[in-house]
Write a protein that binds this ligand. Structure first.
Ligand code: MCA
Ligand code: AMP
Length: 512
């Protein structure tokens, strides 16, 4: 049987062709039949460009309904969809192109020249462009192409997507997600969160990561619902649109910014049935404040690029602030001892490990890294620290991995430290996440200079500007005489976090 994820969505296109699938704040709407037609034309273009099953299509474009059509076309022809954060710099993209060896690279129209340069350097055969206003060479080709209805025959284990996640050491790793992974997870979520074709989602997340693409779009496509695509978070716009919607998905910053608006009240949310939060810890305080103001208990869930979604608070039943709920249907979660690997009892804190059809196939061309993160019995070691209480609720209490999560985006300190350490004036540096009222954690650097060297904050930031995406760059840089170390010589990042704990709390410093 053909296990292509595309087939999980396909019935909705024939069942309800006239229904709107995606609309925009500007008033443009795309019915199921429009999306099907354009995605089939794009499928033809992909095939004409020589994209065959298993080949990668790298996509770094602004959010638009056409991006979803391209994603569907990739699924249809069996290509591996590889979205990239639009904030990535040329230096970052070059690595991804070289590592993934895509057949086609789709970029923003304004990036065409640099994309062609990069493609040539990395041996990528074809470059096309796609703009947020449905402009660019790809859509022009699609308009001229015949619709292609052939659906690639695939096994569940075949790759649907690769998403790069940075690592605690060295190079970024491409997480290989299969058709079966994405299919199982969107079905489990649709069931757990009681999605139906009557739902209308407010979609203000980016669509180059798991949250906005697989959690949000795949659920909508699975149940035949609809969504409003918004280019980015604008809390006032969300509040204005809530009366026409039923569900919102966001990172915690969505909810703190919504709460900052006096317009958020019970009347504004009267038509909404569900608010979901994930990608970073939601403060219990935010959960309580939101409940006070709206009468809605935000439903917090926990996931990872490698595993899709693992756990969720219940739809019916108590949504406990500060917890991420229970394993999704078909998935398992356990807590193990960090050193011995033995399974721990409820109430004991240890490593969070997960197993299930949602868990990825491995890292692209990195079998050893993949093997190192799985137990022999198939559990994946997430690198998060957690505890399961006596009622079965999981809480994420920390991270074993050195990771900062800023506004829902992951930043691996090592990557930033390496660039700072390359500066001739610098002896060493440590990058940490410090409590930030808007972003949860603010990327912060502590830098030790060579004796007699001079360097200021602006110079460090300028040196990073073309190296790493803006959201990864420190919000503040501090200079210190030496980094605090334990007896083993390991940098004590906790001590640094304490030292700088208040820097983003003062109103002036909190500004971005
Ligand atoms: C933007 N900026 C940021 C961030 N976003 N800085 C640090 N962290 C961020 N997250 C910077 C920009 O570079 C810019 O800097 C300035 O802030 C304003 O940019 P703007 O685009 O206007 O930002 P914004 O609209 O205020 O965005 C903040 C945001 C956004 C709404 C929190 O980052 C966002 O939508 N985050 C969601 C991320 C996400 O989808 N994560 C899911 C990953 P300057 O002005 O200096 O140039 S998937 C995942 O984690 C797993 C699987 C899971 O469980 O979901
Ligand atoms: P990513 O690698 O971008 O997919 O980010 C995954 C990481 O985000 C997880 O390993 C967790 O550390 C974190 N995360 C996601 N959801 C939550 C949540 N609800 N609470 C705490 N941490 C979360």
């Amino acid at each position: 049987m053909n296990q292509n994820l595309y087939l999980q969505f396909f019935d909705n296109f024939s069942r309800q062709p006239e229904k709107v699938l995606i609309d925009t704040a500007e008033g443009t709407s795309y019915r199921y039949r429009d999306v099907l037609d354009t995605s089939r034309r794009l499928a033809r273009v992909l095939r004409e460009r020589g994209v065959t099953p298993g080949e990668r299509v790298v996509v770094q474009v602004d959010k638009s309904p056409q991006t979803v059509m391209l994603y569907l076309a990739c699924l249809q022809v069996g290509a591996v969809y590889l979205p990239l954060n639009t904030a990535y710099t040329e230096a970052e993209i070059e690595y991804f192109l070289g590592d993934a060896e895509p057949r086609l690279y789709v970029c923003r129209p304004a990036d065409r020249d640099s994309a062609e340069r990069l493609a040539e350097r990395c041996g990528v055969a074809a470059v096309e462009t796609l703009g947020a206003a449905a402009d660019g060479s790809l859509m022009a080709l699609a308009e001229a192409a015949e619709a292609d209805a052939e659906i690639a025959e695939l096994a569940g284990d075949d790759l649907a997507a690769i998403l790069y996640t940075s690592g605690t050491t060295g190079r970024s790793k491409g997480a290989m997600l299969t058709h079966a992974n994405l299919s199982a997870n969107s079905q489990a979520l649709a069931e757990t969160w009681r999605f139906s074709s009557d739902d209308h989602l407010l979609h203000a997340l980016p669509i180059f990561h798991t949250h906005g693409l697989f959690v949000a779009c795949n659920i909508i496509l699975t149940v035949g619902a609809s969504m409003t695509f918004l280019p980015k978070l604008d809390p006032e716009q969300l509040i204005t649109l809530m009366p026409q919607a039923t569900v919102l998905m966001g990172v915690p910053t969505f909810y703190t910014r919504l709460l900052a608006s006096p317009r958020l009240d019970r009347e504004a949310v009267r038509n909404m049935r569900l608010f979901v939060s994930g990608s970073a810890p939601l403060l219990a305080e935010t959960h309580h404040d939101f409940f006070e103001r709206t009468g809605h208990a935000i439903l917090e869930r926990y996931g990872m690029t490698e595993t899709n979604m693992n756990t969720s608070n219940p739809y019916d039943g108590e949504r406990r602030p500060g917890t991420v709920g229970f394993a999704l249907p078909g998935s398992e979660v356990r807590i193990t001892d960090r050193d011995s690997g033995t399974v721990l009892a409820p109430g004991e804190t240890g490593l969070v490990e997960v197993r299930g059809p949602n868990v990825f196939k491995g890292y692209w061309r990195m079998p050893e890294k993949t093997a190192a993160e799985f137990r022999e019995d198939g559990f994946f070691i997430t690198g998060d620290l957690g505890v399961i209480d006596s009622d079965g609720y999981l809480s994420i209490v920390g991270r074993d991995k050195d990771l900062v999560i800023s506004g829902g985006y992951n930043v691996y300190p090592k990557e930033i430290e390496q660039w700072i350490d390359e500066l001739p004036e610098v002896v060493e540096s440590a990058v940490i996440g410090v409590n930030h009222p808007d972003l949860g954690e603010g990327v912060t650097a502590a830098v030790v200079l060579k004796p007699g060297a001079t360097l200021d904050e602006a110079q460090v930031l300028a040196a990073l500007s073309d190296k790493v995406a803006r959201y990864k760059q420190p919000k503040r840089v501090f200079f210190i005489d030496s980094l605090p170390r334990n007896v083993m010589g390991k940098v004590q990042k906790n001590a640094l976090r304490e030292r700088y704990a208040d820097i983003y709390q003062a109103p002036a410093a909190a500004s971005r």
